[in-house]
Ligand binder design. Structure first.
Ligand SMILES: Nc1ncnc2c1ncn2[C@@H]1O[C@H](COP(=O)(O)OP(=O)(O)OP(=O)(O)O)[C@@H](O)[C@H]1O
Length: 348
């Protein structure tokens, strides 16, 4: 499928400080992308470039075949047909919910406007609240109104900047799943910015990990987790530890807990020293295994325990173990690695 949004080799700088550094990514129509990264890495600046608030220094931004930004040329923000949702909702306090949603529809006929507002309030689960005022709603409801208002004029692209960060954890995860369903129903192409990877994984079709203005990887969440392109991405996404090893064959690595062979060749020469990524779900508890590790600490998560286990060398690995396997701290337990592919990086 051809790209609907093309962010191509874009750079941006605030005076001399480069904040977005030759970044490229694409989305097809209806896809949801997410930029993930720690504070200050440039996520919001990317959104501001997309929205038309910041000129770009290099590269180009194209949407639906139209060039929006080039160095020295940009389509003004109001002419881009791009919608925005921010963390602080930014609703008009003196307007009702219905009038907030209708705000961008002033050029529509009254009948069309009423129909669109009713259908959006229905879509975001707020039918019946059209006459309420923002202060009468909960934070989650206000954010739904903000979403409905942004979607009302059928934007070509929706930008969501940390939209759930003012909400509590439970509501965040519920709303991120709901918002994804709403965007899919409207076939809206969207870019979300967050530093919460659970939110990124719950909402997005493509996730990009940013570091210091650079996009390190742009991929489906599953690929990011299972095939991180760099040690930074592997460390940033999910939990895990790196265990030293030596390459012993095209797809095999020997570590202190044995030799592991994956289904896919590793890009290293035999004899090279590497570090293998072990996710908690790669390490299985197995009473029958002769490989032992000592329970150093554990956290009860309801359906499973999250164990930190010490290997004979003193190195630690993490393991997720079903919660009926309740072993005390200090006890050696059998472990087995279950990985269909090995993720390894050159040793430091
Ligand atoms: N208007 C501005 N003028 C100068 N520097 C700025 C401006 N806006 C942002 N910056 C700087 O650009 C860098 C990237 O900021 P940006 O807001 O894009 O990061 P972010 O990844 O969205 O961070 P956060 O997650 O904290 O919102 C930071 O070093 C920031 O201080």
């Amino acid at each position: 499928m051809s790209a609907f949004l093309e962010f191509d080799q874009v750079s941006h700088a605030y005076s001399q400080q480069t904040v977005v550094d030759t970044m490229s990514f694409t989305l097809v129509e209806g896809e949801i992308g997410c930029l993930l990264g720690s504070s200050g890495c440039g996520k919001t600046t990317v959104l501001r470039c997309l929205a038309g608030f910041e000129p770009i220094r290099a590269g180009s931004i194209r949407l639906a075949g139209q060039t929006l930004s080039l160095p020295g040329h940009q389509v003004p923000a109001h002419a881009r047909q791009i919608g925005m949702v921010f963390q602080d909702y930014a609703l008009f306090p003196h307007l009702t919910v219905g009038d907030n949603v209708a705000f961008g529809l002033r050029r529509w006929s009254r009948a069309e406007r009423l129909r669109r507002v009713a259908s959006l309030l229905d879509l975001v689960g707020l039918a019946g609240l059209a006459r309420s005022y923002p202060h009468e709603l909960s934070g989650g409801q206000q954010q739904r109104v903000a979403l409905a208002r942004a979607l009302a004029p059928r934007p070509r692209l929706l930008l969501l900047d940390e939209p759930f960060s003012n909400l509590d954890v439970d509501l965040r995860s519920r709303l991120s799943a709901e918002v994804r369903a709403i965007l899919k129903q409207e076939n809206t192409t969207a870019i979300l910015v967050t530093h919460d990877q659970h939110e990124a994984f719950a909402m997005a079709d493509r996730v990009g990990v940013m570091q210091a203005g650079r996009l390190l990887q742009w991929a489906a969440p599953y690929t990011l987790y299972h095939q991180p392109a760099s040690r930074f991405v592997a460390d940033f996404i999910g939990q895990g530890v790196f265990l030293p090893g030596v390459v012993t064959g095209p797809a095999c690595i020997e570590t202190e807990i044995g030799e592991f062979c994956g289904a896919v060749p590793v890009p290293f020469d035999v004899g090279q020293r590497v570090e293998v990524l072990l996710r908690p779900d790669d390490v299985q508890h197995d009473d029958a295994s002769s490989r032992k590790a000592v329970v150093e600490s554990k956290v009860f998560r309801g359906s499973e325990f999250h164990y930190t286990l010490a290997l004979p060398s003193g190195r630690r690995v993490l393991a997720e173990v079903p919660s009926h396997h309740d072993h005390p701290v200090g006890e050696p337990i059998g472990i087995r690695l279950e990985m269909d592919h090995l993720i390894a990086f050159p040793a430091h």
